[in-house]
Design a protein around this ligand. Structure first.
Ligand code: F6R
Length: 612
């Protein structure tokens, strides 16, 4: 989704903005632009396609001198991805330039009103409405003008605004506003910043202010002032980011995705270790009692995409250990279907970014219906982290590749922790089993490392199967939960059509699609069920399919007729999904690489889906 950067200080703004935009590339975009204020004028450069085009157009920013500016990467919502629709958008008289992430829902009515007042529009975007509205509302003071204009906007927006000299004579001001879209402020020395997320700022400052919805910030080189909805000044706390600059760089790897897969043992360790103290599972943010647990009639896990598939693995763990009914609901569905949720429902939302619009809406809906909510989130200070009653952070560090890997692994690790924790409160686990599960969970980082180490042949397998047009992932129980994530990984980065099917469902329709040479990836790590899956393997083999079996490393005989094998280390059965996904991530990665795909930035996808 769109990325925003703003700078005011004593250095040339354009190179800083362009370098910030490069850091935001991972969010997904189709065009980019910058606006810089210099000698009484706002100058704009923008270009569709890669930031490299903008870089070339401005000679790395050198052709746009000036110390104050805003920049943008656009992921098209209103209007085609081209130079005209790229941001920043200038008002008719060139006084205001605006960058925007989100959707202005009343843009059509505002546009009609502005056209009736003589304004002309050059683009098809909803954002140009904002720049012209600013001009329309101009009262001589950029700050009060911005407040007046934004009061008329409906929808979601993170906005960055610059104004050429106004009547106040204050120079170097930029403005930032947030309403249901991510935006943070960065404090420097003699310079200040705003951006969509910390990756754009971490090389300049680690001191961050998280804006809340409805808040408005005025930035000058010397200070940042934040105002509330009614214009009152707000004292905002400054947070210190722990991320190292290197964490958001490729560090010698060819792609972020492979770097992030290699980081999974450490990410899962960082997520588990602080929550196991003296052999007991503890959460820093909350503690439930047995009485509270007894009042929970059911658990709903809600999320989008991979996060919902982590939820599917979580359901297997919680139901098995706690015997509480758990359902997994896609956030985009739950928000609109008048869900049956009340005080007896515990809702767990899962989100790497913490900014997914549908997940935020599902969380709000659940709270409004009286549920207590827990968020499993990676980004500190994100919207979901702020909204939920309790937060469990996945300490995965920055995840830059669009396809999540360590995000998913750490989310499933949190579900493992939660399931042990809840099981004790429910009185469903004895001391010995508790101890065993905790000790097995502590071994997961090394099991994940082993899952990487024993699959050196995956690049070779990828060459064999990279030309497939359709791939079917089948499995039962937790294997089926992992199938869904395995199929999503393959389709999103290699563009090969891949679907996950519960193996037992094959005969109810899908088997009609199996033909000579079809690839079936059969997950058979769920020991109680693998002989059933093995029968399904025979059925697809009989119809000419090639079978790639995913089995425990000591158990190739589980589906002995398979053509090839991917191996998974033996673990506590309930925690298998945390290790089982790793080779499937590697398989998707190497197939995409074999096919020359843009692995870290797959077409049409955005890292953080901040619009519906
Ligand atoms: C797939 C992927 C997406 C996200 C989904 C939710 O690799 O990354 O399916 O899982 O968009 O995003 P978050 O977790 O940020 O809410």
């Amino acid at each position: 989704m769109c990325g925003i950067v703003g700078y005011t200080g004593n250095r040339e703004a354009a190179p800083i903005l362009i370098s910030g935009l490069k850091k935001l590339e991972y969010r997904g975009y189709d065009s980019a632009g910058v606006a810089v204020f210099h000698e009484g004028e706002i100058k704009i450069a923008k270009s569709h396609g890669k930031i490299a085009n903008l870089d070339a157009l401005t000679s790395g920013g050198a052709s746009l001198p000036g110390f104050v500016g805003v920049g943008h990467t656009r992921w098209a919502t209103h209007g085609a991805p081209n130079d005209v629709n790229a941001h920043p958008h200038l008002s008719d008289d060139g006084r205001f330039a605006v960058v925007h992430n989100g959707i202005i829902e009343n843009y059509s009515a505002l546009r009609d009103e502005l056209i009736a007042s003589g304004y002309e529009f050059k683009s098809d975007t909803d954002t140009e409405v904002i720049s012209n509205l600013l001009e329309y509302c101009y009262d001589g003071d950029a700050k009060s003008t911005v407040m007046k204009a934004t009061a008329r906007l409906k929808g979601s927006y993170a906005l960055g605004v610059i104004c050429r000299n106004d009547e106040t004579g204050i120079t170097g001001r930029i403005f930032a506003m947030r309403e249901a879209a991510p935006l943070i402020l960065g404090l420097g020395v003699g310079e200040n910043y705003f951006a969509s997320d910390v990756t754009a700022l971490v090389e300049h400052t680690k001191n961050i202010i998280y804006l809340d919805d409805g808040e408005f910030a005025e930035l000058t080189p010397q200070k940042i002032t934040v105002y509330g909805v009614t214009g009152e000044k707000i004292d905002k706390p400054v947070s210190h980011i722990m991320w190292d600059v290197k964490a958001a760089e490729r560090g010698g790897y060819e792609h972020f995705m492979i770097k992030e897969i290699m980081e999974e043992p450490a990410a899962v360790k960082a997520t588990i270790d602080p929550r196991i103290k003296d052999g007991r599972v503890v959460f820093e943010d909350f503690s439930f009692t047995s009485e509270r647990m007894a009042k929970i009639g059911r658990i709903i896990i809600t999320a989008c995409g991979s996060a919902s598939y982590a939820g599917e693995a979580g359901r297997e763990m919680i139901e098995a250990l706690c015997r509480i009914p758990v359902t997994v609901e896609l956030a985009s569905e739950l928000r609109y279907r008048s869900p049956i949720i009340d005080e007896s429902t515990l809702v767990i939302v899962v989100s790497q970014s913490g900014e997914t619009a549908d997940t935020i809406a599902a969380l709000k809906e659940s709270k409004a219906r009286g549920a207590e909510t827990i968020a499993i989130v990676n980004i500190v200070g994100s919207s979901i982290a702020k909204l939920a009653d309790h937060v469990i952070y996945t300490w995965a560090g920055p995840e830059i590749a669009v396809a999540t890997t360590k995000g998913y692994a750490t989310q499933t690790a949190v579900f493992a922790l939660l399931s042990i924790y809840f099981a004790e409160l429910c009185g469903k686990i004895d001391g010995e089993r508790y101890k065993k599960l905790v000790s097995e969970l502590e071994k997961m980082p090394s099991k994940i490392q082993r899952a990487i180490d024993i699959n050196h042949h995956i690049p070779y397998l990828s060459k064999l199967y990279a030309d497939k047009k359709d791939v079917f992932f089948i499995g039962r129980g937790f294997d089926f939960a992992v199938c869904r994530e395995g199929a999503l990984k393959l389709k999103e980065i290699s563009y090969i059509h891949a679907e996950a099917y519960a193996a037992g469902e094959l005969k109810h329709g899908t088997i009609a699609l199996i033909e000579n040479g079809s690839l079936v990836v059969a997950l058979a790590c769920c020991r109680e069920l693998y002989d059933k899956t093995a029968s399904n393997v025979e059925e697809v083999k009989a119809r000419g399919a090639k079978v790639l079996a995913v089995v425990h490393e000591d158990n190739k005989r589980a589906v002995s007729t398979s053509d090839d094998f991917i191996l998974v280390p033996e673990t506590e059965p309930l925690f298998t999904p945390i290790a089982e996904i790793i080779p499937l991530q590697l398989f998707a990665y190497y197939v995409a690489k074999e096919n020359g795909c843009d692995i870290d930035k797959p077409k049409n996808l955005a890292k953080s889906v901040t619009v519906e």
